[in-house]
Write a protein of this length. Sequence first.
Lengths: 799, 224
Amino acid sequence: MMLSPRWRKLRGDIAQAQGRLLMMAIAIAVGVLAVASISTAYTILEREIVRNYLSTNPAAALIDADNIDDTVVAGARAQEGITGAEAAGRVTGRVQVAPNEWLPLLLFVLPDFHAAHISTVRLEAGRWPAEPEGIVLERTAVPVANTALDREIRVQTSHGAERSLRVTGVVHDPSLAPAWQEQTVYGYVTPATLSFLGEDPSLRALKMTVRDARDRVGLERAVVGVADWLKGAGHSVGEIRIPPYQHPHQGMMTSVVRMLLVFSVLTLILSAILTATLTSSLLSPQVRQIGVMKAIGARSAQIMQIYVGLIAAIGMVAVGIGLPLGIVAGRALAENTSRMLNLELADRSVPAWLYASQVLIGVGLPLAAAILPIWIATRRTVRETLSDFGVRVAAGPGRLVRWLSRAGRDPALVLAIRNSVRRKGRLALTLGLLAAAGAMFMTSLNVKTAWQRNLAEARAERHFDAEFIFAEAQPAAAVLATVSKVPGVRRVEPWSVLETSPARADGLRIVRTYPDGGHGSLRLQVVPRDSAFLSPTVIAGRWLSVHDDGAVVNEQAQSMIPGLKVGDRIHLIVRGIAAELRVAGVVREHLNPATVYASPDLFAHITGEPGLTQGVRVAVDSPDERSAGEVIAKIERALGESGVRVTQSISQAQLGRALGGHLYILIFTLLAMSILMAIVGAMGLGAAMMISVLERTREFAVMRAIGARAGVIRRGVIGEAVFVGILSAAIAQVLSAPLTIVVDWIVGAASIGPALDSVLSTASMPPWLAIVVSGAAVASAYPAWKASKLTIRQALSYQ
Amino acid sequence: MTAVSKAYDSAAGPIVALRDVSLDVRQGEFVAVIGKSGSGKTTLINLLTGIDSPSAGTIRIASTNVHTLDQEDLSTWRGRSVGIVFQFFQLLPTLTIAENVMLPMDFCNSYPAPERRGRAVGLLAQMGIEDQANKLPAELSGGQQQRAAIARALANDPPLIVADEPTGNLDSRTSEEVMDFFSRLVGSGKTVVMVTHERDLARYFARSITLMDGAIVGVEAPRS
C-alpha cells in the first residue's frame, strides 16, 4: 500500500533525526526495561513462591499431642473440615559444623518418606535413609552444615548423646526459609533415627490439611474441633501451630518487590517526561513546517496525527528494545531471588497481560507526556509559526549561575555553566532523572548502613558472646559455678528462655509460627538480677525491678498483640501453665524476636521452679570468633561433664550471620534499580546534551569563527553535562533522606517489625559523585565530539 | 476587504500594520500589492489568506466570511480555496517534490488517493519540472523549487492564488517564466494576488495597489 504524503513526511523526519529519535527510544526503552524486569520478576516470583509452597501440600495446622498413632490420625481425618491428617514429629538439636562450632538443628520426623502427603519435600539427590543412622538434609542446609552427600555429620538432640549420621539424600523443602539465612540446619529422619539419637521415637505432632486454608476462621474452627476431639479422647493437647500459609519470606519479598515496582514505574515516568522535553526540542525546528502545512490546508488534528504517530513509533521501538531485555533481566532477577529464597522456578513464563501492559505503558506514557507539547505546537496560528525564529534567551542567568560563572576563569567552563540553565524545563527534567537515580543509590547504601548499624546495635545491646540452652532446667547456682570456672569466661548469668503463646479462653495454645518454629514465635525470657548482659532502651513504662511482678515486652511482641500498652494485662501459656502478666514497660530492641521479659521471681512464681535455669549466657575474655569458639567448646565440655545437656549453643557471630543474610536480596535489587535509573539519567543527559548541541550549532560556528579551538567546544559541552551531574548529586543527597526513611520503614515492617533506625549518611556521596560525573562525561562525549567536528560552513548553514 | 485594520501588541505599545483598508478584487483579476518594507503588504495577504485575523473590518472571499472562521475552519477553507506561494518556497524538506504537491490533496482529501500522484506529476509537467518529481527540494535550484511551490499551490485547484514575492529569490529569466505562468493562470479564470516590490513586473498586472504605512495610497492599472 502506498503511504500518503503526511506519513511519508513522518518517515522522512524519522530518517533525518534518527540519532535524536534513537536516543529518545533508548531512554524510553530503559524505562520500559526497568518496569518490565521488575514486573516480570514480581509476576514470576509471586506465582512461583505460592506454587512452591503449595506444591508441598503444606499443613494448614499442626497440633502437638502425645503419641499420634494411626487411630488418632484416622480420627482426626474424620473431623469436620479436615481433608487430611498425618503423624509427624519435630525435634530440635544441634549439628557440629566445625571442630568447636555447632549450629541449631531442626529435625522433621516422618514415619514413611514415601507415604507422606502433607508438607512433603522433594528428593533431589541420594536416597531416603533405610537405616537408622541415615539423615536427609535440605539442600540449603548442606553447605551450612559443612557437609556433602554420603558424608557423616555429628548431631545431638535434646535428650540424646552425640551421634554420627550419614547424609543419604538431599531434598528441597520450599516451605522453609533458606538454611544459610536462618543459620539452622534442616534434616529429615525416621522415628528409628530418633531412637538411634536417644529420643522418644513416638510421633507427637498431627499435621492437617483443610478444605480452604485461606479461610482463617473456618480453619481455626476445624483445628479447635480436632483439639477438642483429642482432649475428649484422653490425649493431652500441646501447642497448636497455624502457620500463615505462605512462605516465611513471602511478605518481605512482596513488600520489597512492590517497592521496586514503584521505583521502576518512577523511572519510566521520568523517561516519559524526558520524552516530552525531547519532543518539544524535536518540534522546534518543525514549527515552520507546521505553519506551511496549515497554510496549505492541514488541520491541527491532521498535524497532531503525524507527531503522535512519530512518538507512538518511538514508543514501539522502545518497547521492542526494552521489553525483551526487561523480560530477560526480570527472569534473571527472579532466578537470583529464587536462589536466595530457596525456590524452584518451574515456570518462567510471563503472562500475556504483562506484555500487553508493557506495550501500553511503553507507548502510552511517552504519548501522554508528549501530547501537550504536540498540542501546543500544532495549535499555534500559521502567522506565529511562520514568524518563529528559534531559540531565544528570555532572561539573563540567575544570581547563582552568575556567581559560579565569575568563579570560573576558563571561558569554556563559564559557557558550560551558563548554557546549563538556558533551557530550564529540560534542565529540571534531566536533574530530576539523575537526582532520582542518585537518591536511590544513596538510599540503598543508607539502608545497608542502617541494617549493619542495627546489627551492631543489636550486638551492643547484648553484652554476651554466647548463649547455651539446656535440655532440662538446671540448678542455677551449680551451673554458674561450673561455667565460671572455665578459662576464658569473663562472666556468666542464668538466662531462661521458653516458648510461650497468648492464652485463649478455651485453654488452647494457638500460635502463628511457621513450620521452622522460629518465624512468628513469642518467647518468655527471664532476666537475672543485676544482669550486665542487657541494656534495652525503654520507650514506655519502666524496666524490670529486682522482685518485679510485672513484665516488659519489646516492640516486636507489642506488635503481635494489637493495642497492647503499659498497664495492660497479658495472658500467656508457659509450659502449659496459664499466666497473667501486667505490662510494666515496653523496650526497643534491635533484631530480636518477639519477647516478654520477666524477673526470676515472676518466672519462679509461674513455673514453681525457684532457683532453676533453662540456660546461661556467657561473656568471654577474647570475643573474637575463634577464641570465643574455643571457650564455647570448653564450656560445653564442662557442662557435659557435670551432667548438663546443652541442646543449643549459639554465638553472637552465628546470630549476626543469620540476621545479615535476610537483607542481601533487598540491597542487591535496590542497587540494581539505582543503576537502571542512572542509565536512564545518563541517557537523558546525553539526549539533552545532543539537543543542546543541535540548537546551538550556529553558536559553535560563531565560536569557531572567532578562534575557539575544537578542545574548547568539547570542554564546554562536557563541562555543561558534568555541572548538571554535580548539581543532581547535591539534590540526590537531599532526596535520599526522606526516601531512606520510607524504605527503612518498609524494610523494617517487612522483616523485623519496627522500622530500621535510619542512617542518613553522606558517605554514599563520593561514590555516587564519581559515577554521575563519569557518566555525564561519557554521555556528553559524543555530542561534544559532534560539536567540535562541525565545520564553520556546515554550522552556519544549519537550519 | 472592507474597512480592515490590523494592530499588533508590542513592548513599545500597539503597532498598526493596516489601517482602514478596503479592497475589492474581481474573479480572474491579477492584482499586485506593492510597497516598501513595513508598508503592510505581508499583513494584507496574511489577512486575505486567513493566516492572520483582522483587528477590525470584514473579509469576504467568494461567499465566505473569512474573518468569522476559526483556525480549524480556516485551514480547511484555505486548503480548498486558496493556493499560497511563499517567497522562500517553504517546501517540506523530507518529502519529494511530487509528495509536496500531493500533500494539500491529502490534507483536504480533495482527489481520490490513487489519482493524486498523477495529478501532482501533471501539475509539475505544466511547470516544466516533471523530471524532478522524485527529488528532494534540496536537490533543486531556487527556480525549480518555486515552480514546485506553485504546483503545490494549484494542487486543489483553488480559485484564488496568493503569492508573497514569489520572484524575490529568482533570477530575471526564471522570474519572467514564473510571471508568464501566473498570467496563464489568470487567463484560465484564476484570481491572483501577488505581493512584489519589483516595479518592472507591473506589465503583468491588471491592477497594482500601493501600500504605505498600512494604508492604500495608490491604485494603478498599467495594462489599461
